[in-house]
Design a protein around this ligand. Structure first.
Ligand code: BGC
Length: 348
C-alpha cells in the first residue's frame, strides 16, 4: 500500500516536471522567435471600396506593429485572379501567416491550397473562405446582423411591399445576412402581411447595382413600403433611387457598417438604422491571433463553422443597432466618430 502511494507521488512529480519543462521550452521558443526575426503577416484585401476596410487595415497594422510584427498588404478590387496571384506572391515573399479578406469565398480556394502546402496558417478575416483548410474565421455574427437589419425596419412597419437588397453573391456573408433577415421577415411573409417584391443580390456590393435594382422596379410602376439593404453602400444606392421618386424619408431603409454618410442619413431621416460593428476589437484580435498562430500556437476560438470541407475554429463579435436616437451612446461614445464629424460636417 505504502509502496503504491510512493509510486503514485513519484509519477505525479514526473508529470508536473514534464509539463513545467514543456511550457518552458515553448516560452523560450517564442521568446527566441520574437528576438530573432519579427513575424511577417500577409494581409490580402479583396476589396477596400467601403469606408470600413481602411479602418480595418489601419487598426490591424497598428496592433501588429505594437506587437513587433511586420505587415505586407496586398489589395485587389473584386478581381479574384489578381487576389490569388497576390496571395501566391505573399507566400513566395515568405510571410509567416496570411490574413485574408476575400472577394470570392469559393474561388479563392486554390490560393489557400498553396498556403497549406507552404505550411502557412490562414485566417479568414470577416468573410468565410469555403471548402478550404482555413485555420481560423474571425468576424461578427453575420446572421445576427441580417436579423437586426430586418428587425429595425419591422419595428417601423410590418406589412406591405418589402424589398430585400442583398450583398455580393461572391461573399459568403451575403448568404448569412440574408438568412438572418429572412428569419425575421418569414412570419410576416407567411401570414401574407409582407409581400417581398424585390429579392436580389448586388454584384460586387456596388451601390450603383443596388440603385439600378431599385430604380428599375420603381420605373416599372412598383410600389414600395420598406427596404432591408445588406450594407450602407447598397442602402445609399436604394435611397438615391427613392429620392428620385420623392420617396426618400418615407420608406424605411436599413444597412450596416455605420458609415459616416449613413449616420448622417439617420439624422436626415432617409435611413432608418445601420448596424454598427466596432472594428477595433476585430482588427486587434485578428492581429494578436495572427502573431500567436505564426508562433505555432492554436487560436482560442469560441465556436466552429462548417465551410463545406472542415469545421473551422471561429471567433465572433456582437453587432449593435444604431438609429438617430442612440448615435451618442454608440458610435460617438466608442470614438468611432467625433460629435463634430457627425453633426458639423456636410453630408456627402
Ligand atoms: C462586410 C460588410 C461590408 C461588405 C462590403 C461584407 O463582407 O461584412 O461590412 O459592408 O462586405 O464590403
Amino acid at each position: 500500500m505504502r509502496k503504491n502511494i510512493l509510486i503514485l507521488i513519484t509519477l505525479g512529480i514526473l508529470v508536473l516536471a514534464g509539463i513545467y519543462y514543456f511550457n518552458r521550452l515553448l516560452n523560450e521558443r517564442q521568446a527566441h522567435l520574437a528576438e530573432e526575426e519579427p513575424v511577417v503577416i500577409g494581409l490580402s484585401m479583396g476589396s477596400v471600396r467601403e469606408e470600413r476596410w481602411m479602418r480595418d487595415r489601419d487598426l490591424f497594422i497598428k496592433r501588429a506593429q505594437e506587437l513587433g510584427a511586420d505587415v505586407i498588404v496586398a489589395t485587389s478590387d473584386y478581381d479574384i485572379k489578381k487576389e490569388i496571384f497576390q496571395i501566391e506572391n505573399l507566400i513566395s515573399q515568405g510571410v509567416n501567416v496570411l490574413v485574408i479578406i476575400t472577394s470570392d469565398s469559393e474561388k479563392i480556394a486554390p490560393a489557400i491550397e498553396k498556403a497549406n502546402q507552404a505550411g502557412i496558417k490562414v485566417i479568414a478575416y470577416d468573410r468565410l473562405i469555403k471548402n478550404s483548410n482555413v485555420d481560423l474565421y474571425i468576424s461578427y455574427d453575420n446572421v445576427k446582423v441580417g436579423e437586426l437589419e430586418a428587425e429595425s425596419v419591422l419595428s417601423i412597419i410590418h406589412h406591405g411591399k418589402f424589398a430585400y437588397i442583398g450583398g455580393s453573391p461572391s461573399d459568403n456573408n451575403s448568404f448569412l445576412l440574408k438568412e438572418g433577415a429572412m428569419k425575421a421577415l418569414a412570419p410576416y411573409i407567411t401570414s401574407d402581411d409582407i409581400d417581398l417584391v424585390i429579392n436580389k443580390f448586388t454584384d460586387d456590393w456596388r451601390p450603383e447595382n443596388a440603385y439600378k435594382n431599385m430604380k428599375d422596379y420603381l420605373n416599372a410602376g412598383g410600389q414600395i413600403d420598406a427596404v432591408v439593404a445588406a450594407n450602407d453602400g447598397t442602402a445609399s444606392g436604394v435611397i438615391q433611387a427613392l429620392k428620385e421618386k420623392g420617396l426618400a424619408g418615407r420608406v424605411p431603409v436599413s444597412g450596416q457598417d455605420a458609415e459616416l454618410s449613413a449616420v448622417k442619413r439617420l439624422i436626415e431621416g432617409t435611413q432608418t438604422a445601420t448596424i454598427y460593428k466596432p472594428i477595433s476589437p476585430l482588427a486587434n484580435k485578428a492581429a494578436e491571433f495572427a502573431i500567436s498562430m505564426a508562433n505555432g500556437l492554436s487560436p482560442e476560438s469560441t465556436t466552429t463553422v462548417d465551410n463545406g470541407l472542415i469545421m473551422v475554429p471561429a471567433y465572433y463579435f456582437e453587432p449593435v443597432v444604431v438609429t438617430k436616437d442612440n448615435i451618442m451612446t454608440t458610435v460617438i461614445q466608442d470614438g468611432f466618430y467625433t460629435f463634430d464629424e457627425i453633426y458639423k460636417t456636410t453630408v456627402r
